[in-house]
Design a protein around this ligand. Structure first.
Ligand code: HEM
Length: 243
């Protein structure tokens, strides 16, 4: 039985908490998750020092990236448990200079989520994604949103599992080889273009991240069931701000 069915059969009231794998027969639940939001800003050069000061003073963990493809742009990733903090801190950032030009077409947002198989829910939803983006050895990042084709949701759960299994095996070989870590975010109802997931790939070198994306292209999931990918933001970490 998949998670959605369990929620309906086991309780009269809808339970939308995150679920992990049961421990000693007891279900694991959590109502905590992290929101990640990436802003892309152009014309920042004269205001670099101000931006760094704002990020230093912010209550949120964040990362400042230089953009590989746009020498006139930076990326700022905010991480928050409370989405209201994203609004407040983003306004502070944008208000620090009237010269900044905001690329709303590049904004990405998503939240961590569980699949029901996580042995340590807190680690999966909070600690792991946070420590991956703030790992000082991971100096490169690629962020992009994606949307699945509706046909994927019509597949039997077993078939979906089989297809994602191929994908997961390839992903894990990169993670276990130390080439790339993924930050997997759901953005249903959050993204202005109706994307469904935001993927962050982080690592110490750029090439393996790009090679992983290339290798994913030939998996059944990506060839058959992905409707759209991108835009892509490729960033080199300038500074990580850990609170
Ligand atoms: C249990 C393991 C994993 C699961 C269940 C999983 C699940 C997902 C999901 C739900 C998506 C959104 C797209 C979709 O499903 O249609 C996705 C995309 C993606 N994941 Fe994973 N993932 C796993 C492991 C990994 C790992 C370890 C990596 C890399 C280190 C990775 C890299 C990616 C990439 C690059 C995409 C974007 C698709 C593309 O570019 O073709 N995944 N994954």
């Amino acid at each position: 039985m998949n998670n959605e069915n369990k929620r309906i059969h086991q309780s009269d009231t809808l339970d939308i908490r995150e679920i992990g794998t049961p421990i000693d027969g007891r279900a694991q639940y959590s109502d905590r998750r992290l929101y990640f939001q990436l802003h892309v800003i152009e014309n920042y050069r004269n205001d670099s020092a101000k931006i760094i000061e704002i990020l230093n003073r912010s209550c949120l963990n964040s990362v400042l990236y230089d953009s590989l493809n746009n020498p006139n742009a930076i990326g700022i990733l905010f991480i928050a448990e409370n989405p209201s903090d994203l609004i407040n801190e983003s306004i502070n950032l944008i208000d620090c200079s009237e010269n900044l030009s905001y690329r709303s077409d590049m904004t990405m947002i998503g939240r961590t989520y569980s699949s029901g198989r996580e042995p340590d829910l807190e680690e999966w939803l909070i600690k792991k994604p946070m420590s991956n983006v703030l790992n000082p050895n991971f100096t490169w990042a690629i962020w992009y949103p994606l949307r699945r084709k509706p046909e994927f949701y019509q597949l039997e759960p077993r078939e979906r599992g089989r297809i994602l299994g191929e994908h997961a095996m390839l992903g894990r070989s990169y993670a276990e080889g130390g080439f790339a870590k993924d930050i997997r975010l759901a953005c249903f109802g959050l993204d202005t273009c109706d994307n469904e997931f935001v993927i962050g790939l982080v690592g110490s070198e750029l090439y393996p991240l790009t090679r992983l994306i290339q290798d994913m292209r030939s998996t059944e999931q990506t060839t058959k069931y992905i409707d759209s990918l991108g835009p892509f933001f490729i960033g080199k970490v300038r500074k990580q701000f850990t609170k």
